[in-house]
Design a protein around this ligand. Structure first.
Ligand SMILES: Cc1ncc(COP(=O)(O)O)c(C=O)c1O
Length: 450
């Protein structure tokens, strides 16, 4: 189709591309050619097992003909329409999403990705409430545009401060393994642990002034910042604060949505209905770029007479919407949410077994097919294998070994994340765990010396 031999992909791409999240002189991209199911291949024919769904997004797996054909059909019929126009995929997708999203979320604004979805959710919350501040958590990532970076709590925002969106206040996450409040009381009951973190949040709401806070925005289950699964009662408690103080709850389900946790959306695990919910990634399983903001009818109605000042040339792009419809139908037809629900305990057992074998594993956590391994130098002190926001020779070596062995996995500082396509089988998961088991001897060497 394109006139460039496979052997020249890497060199030509390096010559003419600027790479995100990278020091340009240090990039080492995989020259990928094709992908199918849970695998992809590079120009040398090397096969990789995809334990990260590329960018935590190819939920239904690679190369599904049903989605590809839907894209082709849409491209032939109507590849683009202006944002103000009604199209068939726009009509169908809105209806389909209203059937699978929680509670009475029934209006959808379409963007191109997660960051834009969060930016628009904030605008809607500010417009609807007439208030300005947004509370979000330190261990969070909400996107790389200026507003989304301000919302992000992790260090990715820091190089760009202070020129980001004003009005964001961060608070702490209920992160039990490294809980600030419970270093001397690690055995605290789940109920008391939850209450302590709710008290912390309520104190911040009071200090900031509820009359100034438009929304609390959080990842329902934290993604790259540690697969932090909210303890029982936490999300329900946040919902109660939002009701009590007339604050909107925005759930960022960009990574945790579309089956990832074994439910359609992570909030469904706790029966919490947010006022606004953002999504992207698994919405199309990345077959085409798309994000969305789901909103309650009263929020949409607040703009009945007032113009919503916001939009994008590619709002509701028909090709992306067609991909989303086909993707959701694949999830439904192949019972992928149910499969993930069944595979959740399988992944959890594999993680727990691995943790018992390796002294460098401090803790494992997972929900559905959303898992993490925390690597430590010392299980007692929990000293991470890599200091905060940094790197270590052991982690560099481990990452290289995993890739050499054909396991594509995301590593954040001292953690390894396990976020495979949701169609993965037990045998394919075990294939990845065999590679992990061998490679972890690298970090075990450091951990056992202590
Ligand atoms: C939880 C969360 N929110 C938002 C985003 C931003 O999405 P995008 O990269 O599509 O802008 C991401 C991306 O990784 C994410 O994980």
């Amino acid at each position: 189709m394109f006139d460039l031999p496979d052997s020249e992909i890497l060199s030509t791409a390096l010559e003419h591309n600027f790479w995100t999240w990278s020091a340009q002189a240090k990039v080492a991209p995989i020259p990928v050619t094709h992908a199918k199911g849970v695998y992809f291949w590079d120009v040398n024919g090397k096969r990789y097992l995809d334990f990260n769904s590329m960018t935590m997004c190819v939920n239904i797996g690679h190369g599904d003909e049903r989605v590809i054909n839907a894209i082709i059909e849409q491209a032939k019929t109507l590849p683009y329409a202006a944002p103000g126009m009604a199209t068939k995929p726009r009509a169908i997708l809105g209806k389909l999403l209203s059937e699978i999203t929680p509670g009475n979320l029934d209006h959808f604004m379409f963007t191109l990705g997660g960051a834009e979805a969060n930016e628009n959710a904030v605008k809607l919350a500010r417009g609807y409430t007439g208030k300005h501040k947004i509370l979000s958590r330190y261990r969070s990532y909400h996107g790389a545009s200026a507003g989304a970076m301000a919302l992000t709590g992790d260090p990715r925002r820091i190089p760009w401060e202070p020129n980001l969106m004003p009005g964001v206040v961060h608070f702490l996450d209920p992160y039990r393994y490294r809980s600030t409040f419970h270093r001397t009381n690690p055995g605290i009951s789940e109920a008391d642990f939850t209450q302590d973190y709710l008290n912390h949040l309520e104190e911040i709401i009071q200090y900031e002034g509820p009359e100034t806070i438009a929304a609390i925005l959080l990842e329902s289950v934290t993604g790259t910042n540690g697969i932090i699964i909210p303890p029982e009662g936490y999300l329900q408690g946040v919902r109660e604060f939002c009701d009590k103080y007339h604050i909107l709850l925005i759930a960022d389900e960009v990574m945790s949505g579309f089956g990832r946790t074994g439910k359609w959306f992570a909030v469904d695990n706790w029966n919490v209905v947010p006022d606004l919910m953002t999504m992207a990634k698994g919405l199309t399983s990345a077959y085409a770029p798309l994000g969305a903001v789901a909103m309650k009818p009263e929020i949409a109605a607040a703009f009945n007479e007032i113009v919503y000042q916001g939009g994008l040339t590619y709002t509701a792009h028909p090709i992306s919407l067609a991909a989303a419809i086909a993707n959701i139908r694949v999830i439904q037809e192949d019972h992928i949410v149910e499969h993930t629900h069944i595979m959740g305990p399988v992944l959890h057992r594999m993680l727990t077994d691995l943790g018992e074998l390796h002294p460098s594993i401090g803790e494992v956590r997972s929900i559905g097919l959303f898992g993490i391994i925390e690597l430590v130098r010392n299980r007692k002190t929990k000293e991470p294998m890599t200091p905060w926001n940094s790197n270590s020779p052991e982690m560099t070596k481990l990452r290289k070994e995993l890739l050499d062995q054909g396991l594509f996995i995301y590593s954040h500082w001292h953690t390894l994340l396990i976020i495979p396509p949701l169609i993965i089988t037990e045998e394919q998961l075990a294939e990845g765990f065999t590679i992990l088991d061998k490679a972890l001897s690298i970090t075990d060497k450091t951990a056992t010396k202590k």
